[in-house]
Design a protein around this ligand. Structure first.
Ligand SMILES: Cc1ncc(COP(=O)(O)O)c(C=O)c1O
Length: 345
């Protein structure tokens, strides 16, 4: 099977498993795991922040950010409508952080300063207070799109003028840094808080960090405990994340090249419309009947996922070499032939 459903690898590499097996560990809940300390220091420096907190998942990191910035006050969070926070985190921001979400339409998940300014509520006792901007870099459900450095600077200037706090969902921030050819901190340091995930292209079995100013650290660590995120010998997992940082960042460019290779092949097929040529590792394509297409594709040995009523999503990653992208495109051709035959029959 070629699994293109997400960029989380099915198996950590043998080298990553070795790094995990030989990690020096301690009790993370007591603040005594040395490998977690190393990872938190590395991540803070990488993202241009004073501190970083190791967490089991990106979803928990995003939720802690919402708890820090909104904190059950019914305040409003402005974000693009297809962001993961809104679409794929089980409504946790509303249920647990008391956030009111203000989704803004955007084909590529990138917002303009004008959209942000228009979304901010007037000072009115009946209106939620607009408190936070959430940006996603690179985007997930809109197909791995990027905020350019200029677009980021513009939205962050606007957020500062509007006295909004800012959170970056950087699940795939390193994909963005590689694609834009900039240091990660250039994309991250101006945000109040930043999430970075190690389970995407970096291939770790679990782990994310929330980077933040030192002043927010005690409250964030308390929320981590409250949500069940305090761990014990977590260095085993932090070692995998460090291995990912050491060995799997530069190669993200290969995932991007493979996504373009796959997209170019898919674009040539009748029955699939590639939404936009990918700039990172996600390919979206339109097809009239995703359920039938995905079932036929599975029968051909390729797994992809549904991203919308008529949209399918392919994600390239550490397990997908260039020839596998070609094999996936061949399988897509056969799957389209199969579904066409079924419809005719
Ligand atoms: C943009 C984005 N944010 C957050 C997450 C959540 O990360 P995790 O699976 O580590 O909870 C994902 C996962 O796919 C994502 O794509």
């Amino acid at each position: 099977m070629i699994d293109l459903r997400s960029d989380t690898k099915t198996q950590p590499t043998a080298e990553m498993r070795r790094a995990m097996a030989t990690a020096t560990v301690g009790d993370e809940q007591l603040g005594e795991d040395p490998t977690v300390h190393v990872l938190e220091g590395r991540a803070a420096a990488l993202l241009g922040h004073e501190r970083a907190i190791f967490l089991p998942s990106g979803t928990m990191a995003n939720l802690i950010a919402l708890l820090l910035h909104v904190g059950r006050a019914g305040d409003e969070v402005v974000l693009a409508s297809e962001t993961h926070v809104l679409r794929s985190e089980a409504g946790g921001g509303a249920a647990l952080a008391g956030a009111v979400f203000r989704p803004l339409a955007s084909d590529d998940g990138v917002l303009t300063p004008e959209q942000l300014a228009d979304a901010v509520r007037p000072d009115d006792i009946g209106a939620p207070r607009t408190r936070l901007l959430v940006a996603e870099q690179s985007t997930n459900w809109t197909g791995g799109r990027l905020w350019s450095v200029d677009a980021l600077d513009a939205i962050l200037d606007a957020a500062a003028d509007l006295a909004l706090r800012t959170h970056l969902d950087g699940a795939r921030l390193l994909n963005a840094a590689v694609a834009l050819d900039v240091e990660p901190d250039r994309l991250a340091r101006r945000f109040d808080t930043v999430m970075l995930d190690f389970t995407k292209g970096l291939g770790a079995p679990l782990g994310a960090v929330l980077a933040l100013p030192a002043a927010l650290e005690p409250a964030a660590r308390r929320f981590k405990r409250m949500l069940g995120g305090a761990l014990r010998q977590a260095g085993i997992c932090a070692a995998a994340c460090l291995h990912g940082l050491d060995h799997h960042v530069a190669r993200l460019a290969e995932d991007h090249a493979n996504a373009r290779r796959l997209a170019d092949r898919l674009a040539a097929l009748d029955g699939l419309d590639v939404v936009r040529r990918p700039v990172t590792n996600i390919v979206l394509a339109e097809t009239p009947d995703p359920t039938a297409f995905l079932a036929a594709l599975r029968a051909e040995g390729v797994l992809a996922s549904r991203a919308g009523a008529t949209t399918v999503r392919f994600v390239t990653h550490l397990d997908v070499a260039g020839p596998a992208a070609d094999r996936a495109a061949d399988a897509a051709q056969r799957a389209l032939d199969r579904t066409a035959t079924t419809v005719e029959a």
